[in-house]
Design a binder for this molecule. Structure first.
Ligand SMILES: C[S@@+](CC[C@H](N)C(=O)[O-])C[C@H]1O[C@@H](n2cnc3c(N)ncnc32)[C@H](O)[C@@H]1O
Length: 425
């Protein structure tokens, strides 16, 4: 594999390419490098490669022509990659794909970046190495080269060393230990000293599953999991984030179609479906909020049917879900109940299809790590001003950039809970 590096700081690469495995790979001709400095293609006496940005603003921009000439000077540049925080984020899958090529040319930006027109003139792929900003593309380029080169056959002594690594099968790697067997009173897990290779393999797989489940649950979606893996994860007694979440379905005070405050009747479907969603996502309690006596009685009868009545035996799953429902007079009473259950006043969040909202789904996830959240949903035409005013924050609506977003409250609850908790820990 041959790497062409376009950079105004070629010396940046001297030490890394003269160290360890990269150095050995160069010596063995597995990889090779050429450096092209855009300054060599500058036309003024100062060898300038940058100029002020059109439209004003801070910093300088790398001019298109020295970069273009630098690329054109390479006889066969192969795939051209521009390092940029505005690119798609690099990952192991991309590293694997790029490791199959024979030539790659990297363009390392500096200053505020490179004149955009270079990407219109040439076929260039923009890649970022993460959601942060570096001083220049050189460090990003080196990271990519290391990740790509180590996947080239013969680069590593045994290629199998990459097979069990993080991301190889969309799982994070298991933890490692070496001598001494005990350090500061902390022992290496017994199984690793047992010499039982089957048990060691099993332990490593399970640790890998747990690491991924806890830290990068997003990876599990495309991980290759066996029935044993699912079984192992289900049997773990994980404390899910949902345990800090409390959902309230408000039937008063809500709005009617004329925008006036009113009370709305309970709906059987809302009771069942929302309870089932809440249970599925480990939400602690689902409050049915109505001060109207006959409505409360109706809800009690309905829930009784499934928990203690004839429905109990007929559909035990329903009993499990409906057991988390609490029928309560008001939002205030529900807040007091949560405070009693948890020892903490909950953070109150309202939902609305109309408001832009000031909280994102990830904001809620962060809050859930620290304190309970009471998430309120309105029936009728939505929560009244009085209910909205009780909140610490308003959650952004589902589909904020679409004009039509009139979901049933059942659907809104499902989508919102999934956006907050997903399949995560
Ligand atoms: C100071 S940065 C320019 C940042 C640019 N003004 C922006 O906000 O998108 C200078 C150069 O560093 C490189 N760079 C910075 N952060 C990067 C990242 N996360 N991934 C890849 N390259 C990066 C790019 O080549 C970029 O042109």
């Amino acid at each position: 594999m041959h790497f062409n590096i376009i950079s105004i700081f070629p010396e940046f690469f001297t030490s890394p390419l003269n160290t360890s495995l990269l150095k050995k790979a160069i010596e063995k001709n597995i990889i090779s490098f050429s450096f092209i400095n855009p300054r060599d293609f500058a036309t003024d006496t100062h060898r300038s490669v940058d100029d002020r940005p059109y439209g004003g603003g801070p910093g300088m921009v790398m001019m298109v022509d020295p970069i273009y000439q630098a690329i054109k000077s390479i006889p066969d540049p192969g795939k051209i990659i521009l390092l940029s925080p505005r690119g798609k984020v690099f990952n192991q899958k991309k590293a694997k794909e790029l490791s199959k090529l024979s030539k790659i040319t990297f363009i390392c930006g500096r200053y505020e970046g490179i004149d955009e027109r270079i990407e219109e003139i040439l076929d260039i792929e923009r890649i970022s190495i993460g959601d942060f900003v570096l001083n220049g593309g050189e460090a990003a380029c080196l990271s990519m080269i290391e990740a790509i080169a180590r996947l080239i056959p013969d680069f590593m002594g045994k290629l199998e060393s990459t097979e069990y690594e993080s991301f190889f099968s969309n799982l994070l790697e298991h933890p490692h230990y070496t001598r001494p067997a005990e350090y500061m009173g902390i022992k290496v897990p017994d199984v690793l000293l047992s010499g039982n290779h089957r048990e060691i393999e099993k332990w490593r797989r399970n640790m890998s599953l747990i690491e991924t489940f806890k830290n990068r649950p997003d990876l599990l979606e495309s991980a290759n999991l066996s029935p044993e893996d699912y079984k192992y994860l289900r049997e773990k007694k994980f404390k899910f984030l949902g345990r800090n979440l409390y959902v309230g379905l408000v039937h008063f005070p809500v709005l009617n179609k004329d925008g006036k405050e009113c009370a709305v009747s309970l709906t059987n479907l809302d009771i069942h479906d929302i309870a089932r969603v809440c249970k599925t996502y480990s939400v602690s309690k689902y409050y049915l909020i109505t001060p109207i006596e006959d409505q409360k009685e109706l809800a009690r009868r309905l829930i009784h049917h499934w928990i203690d009545g004839p429905g109990k035996g007929a559909n035990p799953d329903r009993e499990i879900a409906l057991k988390i429902v609490r029928i309560i007079d008001s939002i205030e009473d529900a807040i007091d109940d949560i405070a009693k259950l948890t020892g903490q006043r909950p953070y109150i969040v309202t939902t609305s299809a109309r408001d832009e909202g000031d909280l994102s789904f990830s904001n809620l996830r962060e809050i859930l790590e620290k304190r309970p959240i009471f998430l309120l949903f309105g029936t009728g035409h939505g929560l009244s001003k009085r209910a909205m005013d009780m909140a610490h924050g308003i959650l952004r609506p589902v589909r904020p950039f679409d004009r039509y977003r009139h979901l049933s409250v059942r659907s809104a609850v499902s989508i919102i809970i999934d956006r907050i908790l997903g399949d995560c820990f």
